[in-house]
Design a binder for this molecule. Structure first.
Ligand SMILES: Cc1cc2nc3c(=O)[nH]c(=O)nc-3n(C[C@H](O)[C@H](O)[C@H](O)COP(=O)(O)OP(=O)(O)OC[C@H]3O[C@@H](n4cnc5c(N)ncnc54)[C@H](O)[C@@H]3O)c2cc1C
Ligand code: SF4
Length: 333
């Protein structure tokens, strides 16, 4: 049995208490929300904080407010099962409800939060292993070692962004509100991510993600497609979030495609703009899917082969766009 290392738990009741605890304990402290990712990682000694600052008791962090007309604000501590079942989200931002509902298993969605999901650690076959397994291969750069076992000549880590909800939040134009030692700031969701598998969040560790804000739905429609081996609870090995705004005659006015699990950050695909000013035909969708799969650069560090995952990027982008166009899946794809 894998056991947690010893730690002190600070049950914060307010954001002020949480930020004070982080300031007091510095690098020895980490935040914990649902703990569904952090506790298993601690059991494998991927993280060894001496202090955990618990966010579950902070009422301000939970719940969903607003409406599709004015925009919706989700507290970072809202559970994934609440997000998936929330009527306003399921009706007007169904891609987010879908992504939240596809994270791991019902038990973990009942504990896991959307804030923890957006901040979830990057993953790699050489890292998400027990301490003894990692020791047997000499560890790796991300924890306890000094080379990357996937790309030994690379000076950096290529562990994969594995959040299901972040690609959707980015595709919907979401923003994040953070509070830290230097006050608060609001950033576009994609700016939370840093292109490095180890330091994958572009924020001070003492900053707390408080809210996720979605702009008014305003005619945008979006979808999320997830590839994984076991549909019951696996992490994504590819996620495709696609969002479109169309004029009444069907012309695409704006479009966004964001890929998950193909790189250390969610990947915003510029080729989505090829759709703008045009109507969604099977030929256009196929051309965009082919071009938009270019930025997907899977490495051999998650489940299934990188060649298959690369090929499935094109297939899943096509399926997502066909769904938004009201077309059935392409034959053989
Ligand atoms: C078997 C299994 C399957 C899983 N499958 C999936 C999957 O399919 N898709 C997926 O996306 N995830 C998956 N997960 C990971 C995890 O369950 C989810 O990502 C979950 O949403 C994490 O939320 P949490 O509240 O439990 O985060 P925690 O485990 O509490 O924290 C995760 C990280 O986020 C940080 N953090 C948490 N809240 C905040 C905040 N408000 N501000 C700043 N930092 C914060 C923590 O410090 C930690 O680094 C799986 C986990 C397991 C064990
Ligand atoms: S990508 Fe390399 S450094 Fe990063 S976790 Fe995998 S093996 Fe380790």
């Amino acid at each position: 049995m894998m056991r947690l290392p010893p730690f002190t738990y600070v049950a914060a009741r307010t954001l002020a208490e949480a930020t004070a605890a982080l300031a007091e304990h510095g690098h020895a402290a980490m935040l914990v929300a649902g703990g569904t990712d952090l506790y298993p990682n601690m059991k494998r000694r991927q993280f060894e904080p001496r202090v955990l600052v618990g966010l579950r008791g902070i009422r301000e962090l939970s719940g969903v407010r607003g409406s599709a007309r004015e925009g919706v604000t989700l507290g970072a501590g809202t559970t994934l099962s609440t997000v998936a079942a929330h009527r306003e989200i399921a009706t007007h931002y169904p891609a987010l409800a879908t992504a939240a509902g596809l994270v791991s298993s019902p038990q973990l969605r009942a504990m896991g939060t959307i804030g923890g999901n957006v901040c979830v650690d990057t993953r790699c076959n050489y890292y998400n292993q027990t301490y003894q397994w990692r020791r047997s291969i000499g560890f790796c750069l991300k924890k306890d070692g000094d080379i990357c076992l996937v790309a030994p000549k690379s000076p950096r880590c290529w562990a994969v962004s594995s959040t299901d909800t972040a690609p959707v939040v980015i595709a919907l134009g979401g923003t994040l509100r953070l509070i830290g030692p230097n006050g608060e700031r609001t950033i576009p969701a994609q700016q939370l991510y840093h292109d490095d598998g180890i330091k994958y969040l572009a924020k001070d560790p003492r900053e707390i993600l408080c809210q996720i804000h979605l702009p008014p739905a305003d005619g945008w429609r979006a979808t999320y497609w997830k590839l994984r081996r076991r549909g019951s609870f696996d992490f994504p090995i590819l996620g495709v979030a696609a969002a479109l705004k169309q004029a009444t005659d069907g012309t695409v006015e704006d479009a966004r495609i964001v890929l998950g699990a193909v790189y250390p950050t969610p990947v915003v695909v510029e080729q989505a703009k090829m759709l703008v000013g045009r109507r969604l035909t099977p030929e256009l969708i196929e051309a965009v899917a082919l071009s938009a799969s270019g930025p997907a650069k899977p490495l051999d560090n998650t489940d299934l082969s990188m060649w298959y995952r690369k090929r499935m990027s094109r297939v899943y982008i096509g399926r997502a766009l066909r769904e938004l166009a009201g077309l059935p899946p392409a034959p053989g794809a």
